[in-house]
Design a protein around this ligand. Sequence first.
Ligand SMILES: Nc1ncnc2c1ncn2[C@@H]1O[C@H](COP(=O)(O)OP(=O)(O)OP(=O)(O)O)[C@@H](O)[C@H]1O
Length: 261
Amino acid sequence: MSTLLKVENVTIQFGGLVALNDVSFSIEKGSVLAVIGPNGAGKSTLFNVVTGVYKPTSGRVTFDGTEITGRPSYEVVERGIARTFQSSRLFSDLSVLDNVIIGMHTRTRTGVLTALFRPGVARREMDECVRKAESLLKLGSGDLFEQRYRPAGTLAQADRRRLEIARALASQPKLLLLDEPSVGMDETETDALVSDIIRLRKENPDLSVILIEHDMRVVDAFPQHVMCIDYGSRIAEGDYATVRADPRVQEAYLGKAAVHA
Ligand SMILES: Nc1ncnc2c1ncn2[C@@H]1O[C@H](COP(=O)(O)OP(=O)(O)OP(=O)(O)O)[C@@H](O)[C@H]1O
């Protein structure tokens, strides 16, 4: 196996607040990393650093052999990192299908000039996009494909999350970052989400996934590589059994999660 993403000694400060403190980890091609930790620990900030939304105060991010620290988000997507967000970033008024097609923009070639002067080429590329988008909608559980002409804003919560994943996949990523994908899902929907991720990995064995999760059912389904962050610092990393048993993780997170469960 070879390393796909390497994060080295990343620190980011917002004024006096150290949101990430000397965080290092790496992820292999074709593997899944689950990131856990209490609210405000710095998990989403980590995604923002990896995807170029934030430039770290210090440290380095290397993706597929190239340093991408602080590179703009569009370049990061082009290089093969796609993400979903905690809160929906769908275009509510556009159809489900169009939302996925928009996710393909980094992989399409047709520009304004081609559309104007070579409409046949543009139409063929659009037909190809529709075909690919439809197959992505068929990939996940649920009936997104049947709902493809509905405005995305009218979807049920779980379907919105599925659509966000389909749209992220439309950019043909090597690394997929999922920020709390199970939020708002009931147990059946969460199980379906887990099956979707398992199926996705079977069909794309080289795809790597990092998921931020509060739902330990999801983490338990991908137990090989788990990292716990607390107050911006990595406090434990290893397989789920090791991380779960770590007294610092119990104290910082799982104990509290159990209390609130
Ligand atoms: N742009 C910003 N400016 C100032 N502070 C920020 C900014 N982004 C994040 N923070 C702060 O950094 C800390 C980490 O936030 P982050 O959203 O990464 O936590 P999290 O682990 O994802 O939490 P949650 O599980 O609630 O989503 C928080 O204290 C947050 O308020």
